[in-house]
Ligand binder design. Structure first.
Ligand code: NAD
Length: 477
């Protein structure tokens, strides 16, 4: 397949596409080859001011637009995403590295988000409180205001859509800042909204230096809500910036998902499911299954079966047929992962599969570490890469203690056929989401979010939509 890169890297501000014009440029790199394939212009402070001004005007217009019209724009954007799916998936794979099939499924899932939000927007209800004196009180929901949305590079199209769709559906305007690694596929998503007829200033796209853009936008009184998906340290930093203006936040931050594998599970079936899931998107998934705690009676068979299946995964360029796993998204990731693997091995972990960086691009082999002690860095810091770590447990209580020992609390998983055990652990695990015998946590109609250091608020589902609404009580005598 051709590796041609035909992306529009313009900013989209106040209904105009802007390119070049003396703006600083940032390289766009194909992570499979480590080669620069284009340069993306960075927004200037004047661009950001223009976007803020347009967002304020766009909000006034959009909130007053009937919900049916807003929904029609979102539905049209979904249709355009489906129509352009092949081209967008191609850009996504070139910029981010994931195999083309995964990129196609990401674009399809993004279209679903717009369809679902378009339909759900007509079901935003208030309530009436009836007083014996004849007084009535109404509780109504209103869009919170212009939103600054910061989305990451691991699911660049899906996570940007997950912020845009509910915010636009309820009547907010949005300034989206996509990650610098993947400007082309994010621009293609914005182009679908523009071609669907979103009015000027309602949905805008700014590329730029993350810290400069977030400081500028969050400091503006125009912005009423900050939505961020990314790492815990950056999330904490943005929460502090938002606190100064008492702005609403949704923070979807890192995880370090435990997987509790009990000895009553069907071991082969479980392994066939967990291994591809671990290496999906090269492990760069905030709910990637990572800490495998396996009941001691089946532990050795589990790690051997995991290692054998891992050895069969073919790494390569995401555009090549037969590639099971692509590279990591940027030059920082293989370095970070190599350091975690070396540290674990030096503390007694057995390297059962992989363990090394690739020769070109940003590859790291699919890796399994067994007998990893709690003192290893990787048992405490999210690897965000293609590394699974395994350790044995004895009882249900022991498994729950191990699952809950970190400040992370995003996704968690368990494999067991015992219903009582499943219910007990689902209650006890400290996480925003629990998958029992499944990894399917993310859907348009389901809340997605974490507890503890993993975040604040939900994306997705009615909870996600609610997060772009303010509640107002109106009392009438
Ligand atoms: P990073 O912390 O440098 O960046 C993470 C994301 O935040 C990027 O998309 C970046 O553009 C953005 N960002 C960074 N500084 C920002 C700022 N001041 N204002 C606004 N946005 C900012 O980390 P990285 O090396 O790119 O990625 C690795 C880490 O990021 C992982 O350890 C993982 O925890 C986290 N991450 C999480 C998710 C998720 O889905 N929760 C997605 C991507 C990355």
């Amino acid at each position: 397949m051709t590796h041609s890169y035909d992306a529009d890297l313009s900013l989209f501000i106040n209904g105009s596409w802007k390119l070049g014009e003396g703006r600083d440029l940032f390289p766009v790199v194909d992570p499979a080859r480590g080669e620069t394939i284009a340069e993306v212009p960075m927004a200037t402070p004047a661009d950001l001011d223009e976007a803020l001004d347009a967002a304020a005007k766009g909000f006034a217009l959009w909130r007053a637009t009937p919900v049916e019209q807003r929904a029609a724009v979102l539905k049209k954007a979904a249709a355009l995403l489906r129509e352009r799916a092949d081209a967008i998936a191609h850009l996504l794979t070139l910029e981010q590295g994931k195999p083309l099939a995964e990129a196609r499924s990401e674009v399809a899932g993004s279209a679903q988000l717009f369809d679902w939000a378009a339909e759900e927007a007509s079901r935003i209800y208030g309530r009436v409180l009836v007083r014996p004196t004849g007084q009535r009180s109404m509780v109504i929901k209103q869009p919170v205001g212009p939103v600054a949305a910061f989305s990451p590079w691991n699911f660049p199209v899906y996570l940007m859509a997950k912020k845009l769709a509910p915010a636009l559906a309820v009547g907010c305007s949005v300034i989206a800042k996509p990650p610098e690694e993947t400007p082309g596929c994010c621009g293609a998503l914005m182009r679908c909204l523009a071609d669907a007829g979103v009015p000027a200033g309602v949905a805008q796209l700014v590329h730029g230096v993350p810290d400069a853009v977030s400081r500028h936008l969050i400091a503006s009184p125009v912005i009423r809500k900050v939505s961020f998906t990314g790492s815990i340290p950056v999330g904490k930093h943005l929460m502090k910036l938002a606190a100064d203006g008492v702005k609403r936040i949704t923070m979807e931050l890192g995880g370090h998902a435990p997987v509790l594998v009990f000895d009553d599970c069907d071991l082969d079936k479980t392994l066939d499911m967990v291994v591809p899931q671990k290496f999906r998107n090269a492990g760069q998934v905030c709910v990637s299954p990572t800490r495998f705690y396996v009941q001691e009676g089946i532990y050795e068979r589990f790690v051997e079966g995991f290692a054998a299946r891992t050895a069969g995964i073919k790494t390569g360029h995401g555009l090549e047929a037969g590639t099971g796993m692509g590279p990591l998204a940027n030059v920082r990731r293989p370095q970070a992962i190599a350091a975690l693997v070396e540290d674990a091995a030096s503390k007694g972990a057995r390297v059962m599969a992989g363990g090394r960086r690739g020769n070109e691009g940003f590859f790291f082999q699919p890796t399994l570490l067994a007998d990893v002690p709690d003192t290893a860095d990787i048992m405490n810091n999210e690897p965000f890469g293609p590394v699974a770590v395994a350790a044995p447990f004895t009882t249900l209580d022991d498994a729950i203690l191990k699952a809950n020992r970190l400040p992370h609390g995003l996704g968690s998983f368990a494999f067991t056929e015992n219903l009582r055990q499943a219910n007990l652990l689902a209650d006890a695990v400290e996480a925003g989401m629990v998958g029992i015998n499944t990894f399917a946590l993310s859907a348009a109609d389901a809340p997605f979010g974490g507890v503890k250091d993993s975040g604040f608020g939900s994306a997705g589902g009615v909870e996600g939509m609610e997060s772009y609404l303010a509640t107002k009580a109106i009392h009438m005598a």
